[in-house]
Design a binder for this molecule. Structure first.
Ligand SMILES: Cc1cc2nc3c(=O)[nH]c(=O)nc-3n(C[C@H](O)[C@H](O)[C@H](O)COP(=O)(O)OP(=O)(O)OC[C@H]3O[C@@H](n4cnc5c(N)ncnc54)[C@H](O)[C@@H]3O)c2cc1C
Length: 415
Protein backbone atom coordinates (compact mmCIF):
# COMPACT_ATOMS: atom_id res chain seq x y z
CA UNK A 1 0.00 0.00 0.00
CA UNK A 2 1.27 3.45 -0.86
CA UNK A 3 1.81 5.71 2.14
CA UNK A 4 -0.56 8.54 2.66
CA UNK A 5 0.42 11.86 1.09
CA UNK A 6 0.24 14.82 3.41
CA UNK A 7 1.16 18.42 2.66
CA UNK A 8 2.03 20.72 5.55
CA UNK A 9 1.79 24.44 4.76
CA UNK A 10 4.22 26.46 6.91
CA UNK A 11 7.58 25.48 8.37
CA UNK A 12 7.27 27.18 11.74
CA UNK A 13 6.96 25.50 15.13
CA UNK A 14 3.52 24.00 14.50
CA UNK A 15 4.21 22.94 10.90
CA UNK A 16 7.47 21.20 11.77
CA UNK A 17 5.82 19.37 14.65
CA UNK A 18 2.89 18.36 12.42
CA UNK A 19 5.28 17.08 9.75
CA UNK A 20 7.29 15.04 12.27
CA UNK A 21 4.15 13.59 13.88
CA UNK A 22 2.68 12.58 10.50
CA UNK A 23 5.97 11.13 9.22
CA UNK A 24 6.38 9.12 12.44
CA UNK A 25 3.07 7.50 11.49
CA UNK A 26 4.58 6.53 8.13
CA UNK A 27 2.90 9.19 6.00
CA UNK A 28 4.72 10.62 2.98
CA UNK A 29 5.03 14.24 4.06
CA UNK A 30 5.83 17.36 2.05
CA UNK A 31 6.50 20.58 3.98
CA UNK A 32 6.09 23.89 2.14
CA UNK A 33 7.92 26.92 3.53
CA UNK A 34 8.79 30.01 1.46
CA UNK A 35 11.59 31.20 3.77
CA UNK A 36 15.10 30.01 3.10
CA UNK A 37 15.19 28.60 6.63
CA UNK A 38 12.64 26.72 8.66
CA UNK A 39 11.56 28.19 11.99
CA UNK A 40 12.48 31.80 11.31
CA UNK A 41 10.21 33.04 14.09
CA UNK A 42 11.17 30.18 16.40
CA UNK A 43 14.77 31.36 16.15
CA UNK A 44 13.92 34.78 17.61
CA UNK A 45 11.76 33.49 20.45
CA UNK A 46 12.71 34.20 24.05
CA UNK A 47 15.23 36.84 22.92
CA UNK A 48 17.05 34.13 20.98
CA UNK A 49 16.94 31.70 23.92
CA UNK A 50 13.56 30.08 23.05
CA UNK A 51 11.25 29.59 25.98
CA UNK A 52 10.28 26.30 24.41
CA UNK A 53 7.46 25.28 26.74
CA UNK A 54 6.34 25.41 30.36
CA UNK A 55 7.09 22.57 32.75
CA UNK A 56 3.43 22.40 33.69
CA UNK A 57 0.54 20.01 33.98
CA UNK A 58 -2.64 20.16 31.96
CA UNK A 59 -4.56 22.44 34.35
CA UNK A 60 -1.74 24.99 34.50
CA UNK A 61 -1.44 25.01 30.73
CA UNK A 62 -5.16 25.62 30.34
CA UNK A 63 -5.13 28.39 32.97
CA UNK A 64 -2.56 30.25 30.89
CA UNK A 65 -4.66 30.34 27.74
CA UNK A 66 -7.14 33.19 28.30
CA UNK A 67 -8.91 32.75 24.97
CA UNK A 68 -10.56 29.45 23.98
CA UNK A 69 -8.45 27.43 26.41
CA UNK A 70 -11.11 24.70 26.55
CA UNK A 71 -10.58 24.00 22.87
CA UNK A 72 -7.03 22.85 23.72
CA UNK A 73 -8.06 20.37 26.44
CA UNK A 74 -7.75 17.32 24.22
CA UNK A 75 -4.54 18.37 22.45
CA UNK A 76 -2.85 19.33 25.76
CA UNK A 77 -4.06 16.09 27.41
CA UNK A 78 -2.16 14.13 24.81
CA UNK A 79 0.86 16.45 24.58
CA UNK A 80 1.50 18.64 27.59
CA UNK A 81 4.57 20.62 28.65
CA UNK A 82 6.29 17.51 30.00
CA UNK A 83 5.67 15.64 26.74
CA UNK A 84 7.20 18.56 24.85
CA UNK A 85 10.23 18.43 27.17
CA UNK A 86 10.64 14.67 26.67
CA UNK A 87 10.27 15.17 22.92
CA UNK A 88 13.08 17.74 22.72
CA UNK A 89 15.36 15.84 25.08
CA UNK A 90 14.89 12.82 22.78
CA UNK A 91 15.90 14.98 19.82
CA UNK A 92 19.14 15.80 21.64
CA UNK A 93 18.26 19.23 23.08
CA UNK A 94 19.05 19.26 26.83
CA UNK A 95 16.63 21.55 28.67
CA UNK A 96 16.54 23.53 31.89
CA UNK A 97 13.62 24.93 33.86
CA UNK A 98 13.80 28.51 35.10
CA UNK A 99 11.60 30.89 37.11
CA UNK A 100 7.89 30.36 36.54
CA UNK A 101 8.61 26.86 35.17
CA UNK A 102 9.79 28.37 31.90
CA UNK A 103 11.78 25.82 29.93
CA UNK A 104 14.81 26.77 27.80
CA UNK A 105 17.54 24.82 26.03
CA UNK A 106 20.58 24.48 28.32
CA UNK A 107 22.59 26.14 25.53
CA UNK A 108 20.31 29.25 25.62
CA UNK A 109 20.22 29.02 21.83
CA UNK A 110 16.85 28.83 20.08
CA UNK A 111 18.73 27.77 16.98
CA UNK A 112 19.44 24.43 18.68
CA UNK A 113 15.68 23.83 18.90
CA UNK A 114 15.01 24.56 15.22
CA UNK A 115 18.11 22.63 14.13
CA UNK A 116 16.97 19.56 16.11
CA UNK A 117 13.54 19.72 14.47
CA UNK A 118 15.12 20.03 11.04
CA UNK A 119 17.41 17.04 11.71
CA UNK A 120 14.39 14.96 12.70
CA UNK A 121 12.49 16.02 9.57
CA UNK A 122 15.43 14.92 7.43
CA UNK A 123 15.79 11.59 9.27
CA UNK A 124 12.11 10.94 8.64
CA UNK A 125 12.62 11.86 4.97
CA UNK A 126 10.09 14.66 4.98
CA UNK A 127 10.26 16.43 1.61
CA UNK A 128 11.23 20.05 2.40
CA UNK A 129 10.25 22.41 -0.41
CA UNK A 130 10.84 26.12 -0.61
CA UNK A 131 7.42 27.18 -1.86
CA UNK A 132 4.48 29.34 -0.87
CA UNK A 133 0.96 27.89 -0.90
CA UNK A 134 -1.37 30.02 -3.02
CA UNK A 135 -4.60 28.01 -2.91
CA UNK A 136 -6.15 24.77 -1.78
CA UNK A 137 -7.72 22.24 -4.14
CA UNK A 138 -11.05 21.20 -2.73
CA UNK A 139 -13.54 18.85 -4.41
CA UNK A 140 -16.81 17.56 -2.98
CA UNK A 141 -16.00 18.94 0.45
CA UNK A 142 -12.60 17.22 0.56
CA UNK A 143 -9.16 18.69 0.20
CA UNK A 144 -7.20 17.10 -2.65
CA UNK A 145 -4.05 19.17 -2.76
CA UNK A 146 -2.25 22.49 -2.56
CA UNK A 147 -1.19 24.84 -5.33
CA UNK A 148 2.00 26.71 -4.71
CA UNK A 149 4.09 29.26 -6.58
CA UNK A 150 6.44 26.55 -7.79
CA UNK A 151 4.11 23.61 -8.32
CA UNK A 152 1.03 21.62 -7.41
CA UNK A 153 0.99 19.07 -4.61
CA UNK A 154 -1.75 16.44 -4.56
CA UNK A 155 -2.56 15.31 -1.03
CA UNK A 156 -4.93 13.14 0.96
CA UNK A 157 -4.64 15.61 3.83
CA UNK A 158 -3.35 19.16 4.27
CA UNK A 159 -2.26 20.83 7.50
CA UNK A 160 -2.38 24.65 7.48
CA UNK A 161 0.22 25.97 9.94
CA UNK A 162 0.94 29.43 8.57
CA UNK A 163 1.00 31.28 11.92
CA UNK A 164 -0.61 34.61 12.82
CA UNK A 165 0.10 38.11 11.51
CA UNK A 166 2.65 39.28 14.09
CA UNK A 167 6.25 40.00 13.07
CA UNK A 168 5.39 39.51 9.37
CA UNK A 169 9.08 39.68 8.39
CA UNK A 170 9.36 36.16 9.79
CA UNK A 171 6.88 34.93 7.16
CA UNK A 172 3.62 34.99 9.10
CA UNK A 173 1.73 37.36 6.84
CA UNK A 174 -1.81 36.08 7.23
CA UNK A 175 -1.99 34.11 4.00
CA UNK A 176 -3.25 31.09 5.89
CA UNK A 177 -6.22 33.14 7.07
CA UNK A 178 -7.11 33.83 3.44
CA UNK A 179 -6.78 30.12 2.56
CA UNK A 180 -8.98 29.21 5.52
CA UNK A 181 -11.60 31.79 4.48
CA UNK A 182 -11.60 30.51 0.91
CA UNK A 183 -12.23 27.03 2.31
CA UNK A 184 -15.35 28.40 4.03
CA UNK A 185 -13.95 29.09 7.50
CA UNK A 186 -14.60 32.11 9.70
CA UNK A 187 -11.58 34.10 10.84
CA UNK A 188 -12.26 36.06 14.03
CA UNK A 189 -10.88 39.63 14.25
CA UNK A 190 -7.09 39.72 14.55
CA UNK A 191 -5.39 41.85 17.19
CA UNK A 192 -2.11 41.82 19.05
CA UNK A 193 -1.53 40.19 22.40
CA UNK A 194 1.72 40.40 24.37
CA UNK A 195 2.04 43.77 22.71
CA UNK A 196 3.59 47.15 23.65
CA UNK A 197 1.06 49.80 24.70
CA UNK A 198 0.52 53.35 23.48
CA UNK A 199 -0.09 56.04 26.09
CA UNK A 200 -1.33 59.62 25.85
CA UNK A 201 2.11 61.17 25.90
CA UNK A 202 3.72 60.50 29.28
CA UNK A 203 6.25 58.25 27.61
CA UNK A 204 7.71 61.06 25.45
CA UNK A 205 9.65 62.70 28.29
CA UNK A 206 10.67 59.36 29.70
CA UNK A 207 11.60 57.71 26.42
CA UNK A 208 14.48 55.25 26.85
CA UNK A 209 14.03 54.93 30.62
CA UNK A 210 14.08 51.34 31.79
CA UNK A 211 12.77 50.52 35.27
CA UNK A 212 13.69 47.27 36.99
CA UNK A 213 11.96 45.77 40.03
CA UNK A 214 8.80 47.82 39.78
CA UNK A 215 5.24 46.61 40.29
CA UNK A 216 2.62 47.17 37.63
CA UNK A 217 -1.11 47.17 38.25
CA UNK A 218 -3.66 47.19 35.41
CA UNK A 219 -7.06 48.80 35.88
CA UNK A 220 -9.92 48.03 33.50
CA UNK A 221 -12.64 50.66 33.92
CA UNK A 222 -11.10 51.33 37.36
CA UNK A 223 -11.27 47.67 38.39
CA UNK A 224 -7.92 46.11 39.27
CA UNK A 225 -7.45 43.13 36.93
CA UNK A 226 -3.73 42.32 37.02
CA UNK A 227 -0.59 42.93 39.03
CA UNK A 228 2.98 41.75 38.59
CA UNK A 229 6.60 42.72 39.27
CA UNK A 230 9.39 43.12 36.77
CA UNK A 231 10.97 45.33 34.16
CA UNK A 232 9.29 48.11 32.21
CA UNK A 233 10.52 50.38 29.44
CA UNK A 234 9.28 53.84 28.39
CA UNK A 235 9.36 54.33 24.61
CA UNK A 236 8.53 57.09 22.14
CA UNK A 237 4.98 55.72 21.85
CA UNK A 238 4.28 54.56 25.40
CA UNK A 239 5.42 51.56 27.41
CA UNK A 240 6.95 48.20 26.64
CA UNK A 241 9.21 45.59 28.27
CA UNK A 242 8.42 42.15 29.69
CA UNK A 243 6.07 43.43 32.39
CA UNK A 244 3.97 45.42 29.91
CA UNK A 245 3.85 42.64 27.30
CA UNK A 246 2.57 40.19 29.90
CA UNK A 247 0.05 42.72 31.22
CA UNK A 248 -1.28 43.45 27.72
CA UNK A 249 -2.55 39.87 27.37
CA UNK A 250 -5.07 40.73 30.10
CA UNK A 251 -6.30 43.89 28.32
CA UNK A 252 -8.63 42.40 25.75
CA UNK A 253 -11.46 44.91 25.37
CA UNK A 254 -9.97 48.15 24.09
CA UNK A 255 -13.09 48.57 21.94
CA UNK A 256 -15.35 48.99 24.97
CA UNK A 257 -13.19 49.49 28.08
CA UNK A 258 -10.69 52.04 29.36
CA UNK A 259 -7.34 50.93 30.71
CA UNK A 260 -4.80 52.61 32.92
CA UNK A 261 -1.64 51.40 34.58
CA UNK A 262 -0.18 52.26 37.94
CA UNK A 263 3.51 51.74 38.50
CA UNK A 264 4.73 51.22 42.04
CA UNK A 265 8.24 52.63 41.77
CA UNK A 266 9.23 51.31 45.21
CA UNK A 267 7.39 48.02 45.69
CA UNK A 268 9.82 46.80 48.36
CA UNK A 269 8.78 49.64 50.72
CA UNK A 270 5.31 50.14 52.13
CA UNK A 271 4.10 53.73 52.55
CA UNK A 272 5.43 54.02 56.13
CA UNK A 273 8.86 52.70 55.15
CA UNK A 274 8.96 54.96 52.12
CA UNK A 275 8.12 57.95 54.31
CA UNK A 276 11.04 57.08 56.59
CA UNK A 277 13.30 56.78 53.56
CA UNK A 278 12.14 60.22 52.31
CA UNK A 279 12.72 61.77 55.74
CA UNK A 280 16.26 60.43 55.77
CA UNK A 281 16.98 61.69 52.22
CA UNK A 282 15.39 65.05 53.03
CA UNK A 283 17.52 65.40 56.15
CA UNK A 284 20.59 64.91 53.95
CA UNK A 285 19.38 67.46 51.40
CA UNK A 286 17.64 69.85 53.85
CA UNK A 287 19.03 73.01 52.28
CA UNK A 288 18.58 71.93 48.65
CA UNK A 289 15.72 72.68 46.28
CA UNK A 290 13.11 69.90 46.28
CA UNK A 291 13.92 69.10 42.62
CA UNK A 292 17.48 68.25 43.66
CA UNK A 293 16.58 66.06 46.61
CA UNK A 294 15.44 62.92 44.81
CA UNK A 295 18.75 61.89 43.24
CA UNK A 296 19.33 59.00 45.65
CA UNK A 297 15.80 57.68 45.25
CA UNK A 298 14.99 57.81 41.53
CA UNK A 299 16.68 57.58 38.14
CA UNK A 300 17.61 61.07 36.87
CA UNK A 301 15.28 60.87 33.89
CA UNK A 302 12.24 60.23 36.07
CA UNK A 303 12.78 63.10 38.51
CA UNK A 304 11.30 66.03 36.48
CA UNK A 305 8.07 64.08 35.83
CA UNK A 306 7.70 63.00 39.47
CA UNK A 307 8.41 66.57 40.62
CA UNK A 308 5.82 67.98 38.18
CA UNK A 309 3.14 65.49 39.27
CA UNK A 310 3.83 65.96 42.97
CA UNK A 311 2.71 69.59 42.51
CA UNK A 312 5.48 70.62 44.91
CA UNK A 313 7.27 73.72 43.57
CA UNK A 314 10.65 72.47 42.30
CA UNK A 315 12.53 75.33 43.98
CA UNK A 316 10.88 74.94 47.36
CA UNK A 317 13.56 74.25 49.99
CA UNK A 318 13.45 70.70 51.32
CA UNK A 319 13.37 71.84 54.97
CA UNK A 320 10.10 73.66 54.17
CA UNK A 321 8.27 70.57 52.86
CA UNK A 322 5.10 69.76 54.76
CA UNK A 323 3.86 66.33 55.79
CA UNK A 324 0.97 66.68 53.29
CA UNK A 325 3.43 67.42 50.48
CA UNK A 326 5.42 64.32 51.44
CA UNK A 327 2.23 62.24 51.46
CA UNK A 328 1.40 63.54 47.96
CA UNK A 329 4.85 62.57 46.78
CA UNK A 330 4.47 59.08 48.26
CA UNK A 331 1.18 58.67 46.36
CA UNK A 332 2.96 59.41 43.07
CA UNK A 333 5.85 57.08 43.88
CA UNK A 334 3.51 54.20 44.76
CA UNK A 335 0.87 54.89 42.06
CA UNK A 336 2.71 56.44 39.10
CA UNK A 337 -0.08 56.70 36.50
CA UNK A 338 0.04 55.81 32.79
CA UNK A 339 -3.22 56.09 30.89
CA UNK A 340 -3.30 53.70 27.95
CA UNK A 341 -4.61 54.81 24.56
CA UNK A 342 -4.45 51.34 23.02
CA UNK A 343 -2.21 48.52 21.91
CA UNK A 344 0.48 48.92 19.26
CA UNK A 345 -0.39 47.34 15.88
CA UNK A 346 -0.70 43.56 15.75
CA UNK A 347 2.40 43.42 13.56
CA UNK A 348 4.43 44.52 16.63
CA UNK A 349 2.83 41.94 18.91
CA UNK A 350 4.46 38.76 20.14
CA UNK A 351 1.33 36.79 19.30
CA UNK A 352 -1.85 37.23 17.30
CA UNK A 353 -5.12 36.96 19.11
CA UNK A 354 -7.93 35.85 16.81
CA UNK A 355 -7.78 33.42 13.91
CA UNK A 356 -9.65 30.43 12.52
CA UNK A 357 -12.77 30.00 14.62
CA UNK A 358 -12.39 27.10 17.06
CA UNK A 359 -16.02 25.93 16.80
CA UNK A 360 -15.30 25.04 13.16
CA UNK A 361 -12.37 22.77 14.11
CA UNK A 362 -12.52 19.32 15.73
CA UNK A 363 -10.57 19.82 18.99
CA UNK A 364 -9.32 16.22 19.10
CA UNK A 365 -7.97 15.99 15.56
CA UNK A 366 -7.65 19.68 14.54
CA UNK A 367 -9.59 18.72 11.40
CA UNK A 368 -11.85 21.24 9.75
CA UNK A 369 -15.54 20.58 10.30
CA UNK A 370 -16.16 22.14 6.87
CA UNK A 371 -13.59 20.50 4.56
CA UNK A 372 -12.56 16.87 5.08
CA UNK A 373 -8.84 16.25 5.22
CA UNK A 374 -8.00 19.87 6.06
CA UNK A 375 -6.27 20.42 9.41
CA UNK A 376 -5.10 23.47 11.35
CA UNK A 377 -2.22 23.94 13.78
CA UNK A 378 -0.55 26.73 15.75
CA UNK A 379 -1.13 30.44 15.94
CA UNK A 380 -3.42 30.43 12.89
CA UNK A 381 -6.13 29.08 15.20
CA UNK A 382 -8.06 31.51 17.42
CA UNK A 383 -6.15 30.69 20.62
CA UNK A 384 -3.37 32.58 22.37
CA UNK A 385 -1.65 32.39 25.71
CA UNK A 386 0.27 34.37 28.31
CA UNK A 387 4.07 34.46 28.34
CA UNK A 388 5.97 31.52 29.77
CA UNK A 389 6.37 29.14 26.83
CA UNK A 390 2.63 28.59 26.50
CA UNK A 391 2.32 29.89 22.94
CA UNK A 392 4.93 27.50 21.63
CA UNK A 393 3.26 24.76 23.67
CA UNK A 394 0.07 25.49 21.71
CA UNK A 395 2.05 25.09 18.47
CA UNK A 396 3.61 21.77 19.61
CA UNK A 397 0.36 20.28 20.94
CA UNK A 398 -1.87 21.28 18.02
CA UNK A 399 0.86 20.37 15.50
CA UNK A 400 1.20 16.96 17.14
CA UNK A 401 -2.58 16.38 17.14
CA UNK A 402 -3.02 17.56 13.53
CA UNK A 403 -0.03 15.60 12.17
CA UNK A 404 -1.08 12.35 13.81
CA UNK A 405 -4.72 12.66 12.82
CA UNK A 406 -3.87 13.65 9.25
CA UNK A 407 -1.71 10.53 8.92
CA UNK A 408 -4.44 8.34 10.36
CA UNK A 409 -7.51 9.62 8.50
CA UNK A 410 -8.82 7.30 5.78
CA UNK A 411 -9.35 9.84 3.09
CA UNK A 412 -7.23 9.68 -0.06
CA UNK A 413 -4.84 6.90 0.95
CA UNK A 414 -3.84 6.34 -2.65
CA UNK A 415 -3.61 10.02 -3.56
C1 LIG B 1 9.79 38.12 19.22
C2 LIG B 1 8.97 36.90 19.62
C3 LIG B 1 9.35 36.14 20.70
C4 LIG B 1 8.59 35.04 21.08
N1 LIG B 1 9.02 34.28 22.14
C5 LIG B 1 8.29 33.19 22.52
C6 LIG B 1 8.75 32.34 23.55
O1 LIG B 1 9.88 32.50 24.07
N2 LIG B 1 7.95 31.29 23.93
C7 LIG B 1 6.74 31.05 23.33
O2 LIG B 1 6.05 30.12 23.74
N3 LIG B 1 6.32 31.81 22.30
C8 LIG B 1 7.06 32.85 21.87
N4 LIG B 1 6.63 33.61 20.79
C9 LIG B 1 5.40 33.19 20.08
C10 LIG B 1 5.72 31.99 19.16
O3 LIG B 1 6.89 32.28 18.43
C11 LIG B 1 4.58 31.72 18.18
O4 LIG B 1 3.38 31.57 18.88
C12 LIG B 1 4.87 30.45 17.36
O5 LIG B 1 6.04 30.63 16.60
C13 LIG B 1 3.71 30.10 16.43
O6 LIG B 1 4.09 29.01 15.66
P1 LIG B 1 3.38 28.72 14.26
O7 LIG B 1 4.10 27.56 13.68
O8 LIG B 1 1.93 28.62 14.44
O9 LIG B 1 3.64 30.02 13.38
P2 LIG B 1 5.01 30.63 12.82
O10 LIG B 1 6.13 30.30 13.72
O11 LIG B 1 4.72 32.05 12.54
O12 LIG B 1 5.25 29.84 11.45
C14 LIG B 1 4.41 30.01 10.34
C15 LIG B 1 5.21 29.66 9.10
O13 LIG B 1 4.32 29.58 7.98
C16 LIG B 1 4.96 30.11 6.86
N5 LIG B 1 3.95 30.53 5.88
C17 LIG B 1 3.12 31.60 5.92
N6 LIG B 1 2.35 31.66 4.81
C18 LIG B 1 2.69 30.57 4.07
C19 LIG B 1 2.24 30.06 2.81
N7 LIG B 1 1.28 30.69 2.08
N8 LIG B 1 2.80 28.93 2.31
C20 LIG B 1 3.76 28.27 3.02
N9 LIG B 1 4.21 28.70 4.22
C21 LIG B 1 3.69 29.84 4.73
C22 LIG B 1 5.77 31.27 7.40
O14 LIG B 1 6.82 31.64 6.54
C23 LIG B 1 6.23 30.74 8.75
O15 LIG B 1 7.52 30.16 8.68
C24 LIG B 1 7.40 34.69 20.37
C25 LIG B 1 7.04 35.45 19.26
C26 LIG B 1 7.81 36.54 18.87
C27 LIG B 1 7.40 37.34 17.66
Amino acid sequence: MMSKKIVIVGGGAAGMMAAISAAEKSAAVTLLEPNERLGKKLNITGKGRCNVTNNADLQTLLANVPKNGKFLYSAFSRFDGRDAMAFFERLGVPLKTERGNRVFPVSDRSFDVSAALERRLKTLKVRLLRDRALSLDIADGMVTGVRGEQGSYPAGAVVLATGGVSYPATGSTGEGHRLAREAGHTVTPLQGSLVPLRDFGVGRDLQGLSLRNVALTVFENDKKIYMDFGELLFTHFGVSGPLVLSASAHMRHFDKKAYRLEIDLKPALDEGQLDKRLLSDFAKYANHDFANALNDLLPQKLIPTVVAWSEIPPHQKVHDLTREQRQGLIRILKHFPVVIAGPCPVTDAIVTSGGVKVSEINPTTMESKIVKGLYFAGELIDVDAYTGGFNLQIAWATGHAAGQAAAECNQGDEN
